[in-house]
Ligand binder design. Structure first.
Ligand code: NAD
Ligand code: LMR
Length: 332
């Protein structure tokens, strides 16, 4: 068995962390042979609640979990970490868009970027979950200049998982039979869930998802809107934002980043844009990626039709606007 790695989860007393910590601790992310020490960061008023989470983790008796350190000090939380799940941030309430959270949340990611820069390993892999995730990830990377930009990512895996589930239900196959769904752009209601490159396994044959669905109108309207609005629909039903599914998506994202994607499969991640597919540069834009040896690469050469071009432009423009707003908030 290898040496334990240090993993930090921020917002550790919150609702996503409550599901996520167990998934990480039992090996879902770093594999069944990788022991770890969990650093749990939250704000001072939450330290009492966090003590309860620490007790529950101990009571889970998980052999891979070699230590749990609760703290309200970013220096303690970020020192020498290999993986950072940045969850801690305010969630939106019914009627809000995620970008309405910028003023409440973006400064958290400036401070945590600075702390990562000073204290984390230079190869730390950072996943931003706290909303608005793409722009928070961009700001975090800007304040951590000594860490490569490709080490900062934002979570659109929940949208990908939602899209896979919608297509699987429409065709009537298990969700594991659907692959290569793409989420382009922002984790917001402008995202473009794209089924045109997806594949589906039916009776040992692989088909294009569009051929299996046989309803282009549904794919361009109902499917897209359902995925774009799923977060709001969950909030309307639960009166709280998604947590179990968000934790599962965070676990999927980091597992694929550490352990790699399967041959022929790609996944969606928000990464600092290099301008691929006409996306604006210097925003965190969700692209299809493949991952090998801990490095992601944007899948190139996918055909993009007029409808997709229009959708990519809309979400790219929103990310440029968010970037301006975030910088104005930080500099105010
Ligand atoms: N990207 C996605 O797909 C996705 C999905 C679901 C939720 N989210 C977002 O994740 C975030 C967390 O959601 P939640 O439901 O767990 O919220 P929550 O309110 O249950 O928990 C958030 C926790 O973060 C803590 N926190 C606040 N500021 C902090 C700081 N500076 N440092 C450390 N901890 C801090 C809070 O004290 C709280 O314990 C929200 O912004 C939510 O919108 C994103
Ligand atoms: O919708 C939200 O505000 C929470 C999260 O981003 C989600 O997609 O469920």
């Amino acid at each position: 068995m290898s040496e334990p790695i240090k993993v930090v989860v921020t917002g550790a007393a919150g609702q996503i962390a409550y599901s996520l910590l167990y998934m990480i601790a039992k090996g879902d992310v770093f594999g069944p042979n990788q022991p770890l020490i969990l650093y749990l960061l939250d704000i001072p008023p939450m330290m009492g609640v966090l003590e309860g989470v620490v007790m529950e983790l101990a009571d889970c008796a998980i052999p891979l979990l070699h230590g749990v350190i609760p703290t309200d000090d970013p220096v303690v939380a970020f020192t020498d970490v290999s993986a950072a799940f940045l969850v801690g941030a305010m969630p939106r309430k019914q009627g809000m868009e995620r970008k309405d959270l910028l003023s409440a949340n973006v400064k958290i990611f400036k401070v945590q970027g600075e702390a990562l820069d000073k204290y984390a390993r230079k190869d730390v892999k950072v996943l931003v979950v706290g909303n608005p995730a793409n722009t928070n990830a961009l700001i975090c990377s800007k304040y951590a200049p000594s860490i490569p930009r490709e080490n900062f990512t934002a979570m659109t895996r929940l949208d990908q998982n939602r899209a896979q589930a919608q297509i699987a239900a429409k065709i009537g196959v298990p969700v594991g039979n659907v692959n290569n769904l793409i989420i382009w752009g922002n984790h917001s209601s402008t995202q473009f869930p794209d089924a045109s490159h997806a594949v589906v396994q039916i009776d040992s044959k692989q088909l294009k998802a569009t051929e299996a669905v046989k309803d282009d109108n549904w794919i361009r309207s109902t499917f897209v809107e359902t995925v774009q609005k799923r977060g709001a629909t969950v909030i309307a039903a639960r009166k709280m934002s998604s947590a179990m599914s968000a934790a599962k998506a965070a676990s999927d994202h980091m597992r694929d980043w550490f352990l790699g994607t399967a041959p022929g499969h790609f996944v969606s991640m928000g990464v600092v844009s290099d301008g691929s597919y006409g996306a604006p540069k210097d925003v965190v834009f969700s692209f299809p990626v493949t991952i090998k040896n801990g490095k992601w690469e944007i899948v190139q050469g996918l055909p993009i039709d007029d409808f997709a071009t229009k959708m990519l432009n809309i979400t790219g423009k929103e990310l440029e606007e968010e970037r301006l707003e975030a910088i104005a908030i930080i500099e105010a």
